[in-house]
Write a protein that binds this ligand. Sequence first.
Ligand code: ADP
Ligand code: ZN
Ligand code: ZN
Length: 746
Amino acid sequence: MLKKYADIIIDISHEDVDRTFQYSIPDRLLDLITIGSMVQIPFGRGNHIRTGYVIGISDIPCFAPDKIKEILDMAEDGITVSGRLIALAAWMKEHYGSTMINALKTVMPVKKTVKAVARKDVILKADKIRIPELAEAYKKKNAKAKLRLISELADTEKLPMDIVTAKLNISSQTLKAMESEGVISIETRSVYRAVTRKYGGNEDEIVLNQEQQCIVDDFQKDITEGIRHTYLLHGITGSGKTEIYVRAIKTVIEQGKQAIVLIPEIALTYQTVKYFTGYFGDRVTILNSKLSSGEKYDQMLRAKNGEVDVVIGPRSALFTPFSRLGLIIIDEEHESSYKSDYPPKYHAREVAVKRAELEGASLILGSATPSVESYRKALSGEYKLWQLHKRARNNPLAECSIVDMRQELRLGNRSVISYELAQDISERLDRHEQIMLFINKRGFNSFVSCRSCGEVLRCPHCDVSLTKHNNKMLICHYCGYTISEPDACPSCSSKLIGGYGTGTQKVEEEINKLFPGARTLRMDKDTTTKKHSHETILAAFGNGDADILIGTQMIVKGHDFPKVTLVGIVLADLTLFANDYRAGERTFDLLTQAAGRAGRGELPGKVVIQTYQPDNYAIVSAAKQDYKSFYACEQSYRSLMKYPPEYHMMVLLLVSQSEELLDETADRLMQEIQCRFSADHALRLVGPSVPEISKIKDIFRRVLYIKHSRYHKLVEIKDYIELYDVSGKTDDMVHIQFDFNPINMY
Ligand code: ADP
Ligand code: ZN
Ligand code: ZN
């Protein structure tokens, strides 16, 4: 039998993971050892017995075979949760192309020394039965802030200080006053315990509707029968998907298992967490970027020790080291934030499928606008499709109107607000209802250009246009390069130079002109630089401090404002301009989400979509809230153009400080791939080309696109390139990164 060798890491405390040691595998263990296995090995001069993890297996010895020591045995506990995560890392390395170190660092939390930090809570001190009386008194005195806090405390009795100050917008004077009235007290705690608190349960309050009940029953049946699936839960906005997640989690917890819930970072709001803690109390914890790395590590430890049953967090929470993982849920599974920007450039949805398989866990993907990838798999039967057609509280979907902005121009309206939208805004203002206006940040870049020669001011290091800010500064959003706005064009000296493009600020100015009495709030990159400013703005709007909220993408997702009855999309086309095959999907998603914001409460909602392309299928089907017709068009376009998911695409990004060397390497690599794989007719090669952003921070970039109908073929090509690279045929000064089925185009 052919001798096999294993690459083993001894210590997974990270600084050391790049040090692997090769051992030979004794024949009797050949069938037992896999990637992730924990084994015993003789180590060092004294051959002390140590425990190590297998991270790779090959037939090729790295040095003289008789000098290679042999693995002694399997370690007693076989594959542990760390072993399974290591196996997952190995799969990611292979599947996405990265170093093993980067893959391991992605799946394992980095250990940081944990410093205890004190946090504060606001606690209800007054007797609960006094709350109505207190509330009445505050109402009389028009003490709005006090009233807000007491109503919230009526529910929960204890609130983290940052939520009180940021989300509820309560000042420290108010807190002091209430403290001296004896109504509340402020307590300090150490954070390295739970990051969530026990809230009152909303259990029993909700009776599932028939559609929901069917789905929950189906899941319970599968679990009881020991069947593991990937489910796609397609439910319109407000159809009660969260309630299904909760019931599914309860089912697996009853079986002694644990659950991971992934949500896009932006949706990780106080509301979401409150919903889950309502059911699971302090058996749920959160992981997100706002926690320090110490706090994060602490939560990982709690999970590992079985102190919690549920972890909620963004894509990195997928690697929570639960040893009895029973369920993974990915809410808003179509969101692009599930794809990593750093090597390994993995997609959480795909890795979740793999992890669920390794752990024997179920996977639920949920969305109102499923990704084309997932819906296709659901239709083919690879995923089980669950559908929710009705809103849970039976309030109807918003009425949708498409306004043709070309027609508007013909009628002599040069404003960015159409006559119809203006009329609708004015009616809502009269009725004291609220309005959200949405501006797509990407399209409305306020760049500075010269009207004489057309020159656009760009960053000298990054090849992107500089963005104009309020204070007359021009800033590069990639590297931070900043100059003050010049008086004359640097290339032709003309004075006719200035900022163009309509941003949130422009829209706000226009609204203030059209409706001088309206109170507006603006939420965009400029108004949210401070910590908690997001929450502060949203809280102010939620409390009725403004009539109109104007903002970018940030205002679209997840927020629930019952008094909003009108959503205006100032220009829907903008995502369609992007040179990106996912533009249609993004537009459909954005419009659907925006429409979902209108009419969440008792009052019916309306959506006005302004566009220059009123016939575009993404816009038309979004206006009708018709996912199926959108999918049909999108799918045939993808298949015609050979884009994912019909075809798979691998992007090679080559970067170097030397442009010359870069071009030379890119050309040579392309030729090499062409030669080697030319017999394969299903292969499509594009490039090398200069990407839209041709350099960042003085590092030049080139891309190669490789398409094939089979993912595995791309992995094969990637392996070949890695070998080619390692064997020193590409220059040290050129670095290669892989990106499979990219989310953002280059
Ligand atoms: P989705 O995530 O599908 O957009 P949510 O889960 O946020 O929708 O549910 C919308 C609202 O409907 C929530 O306030 C939720 O508590 C409520 N809800 C869910 N299921 C029911 C039900 N069966 N009866 C009444 N209300 C429900
Ligand atoms: Zn000029
Ligand atoms: Zn720059």
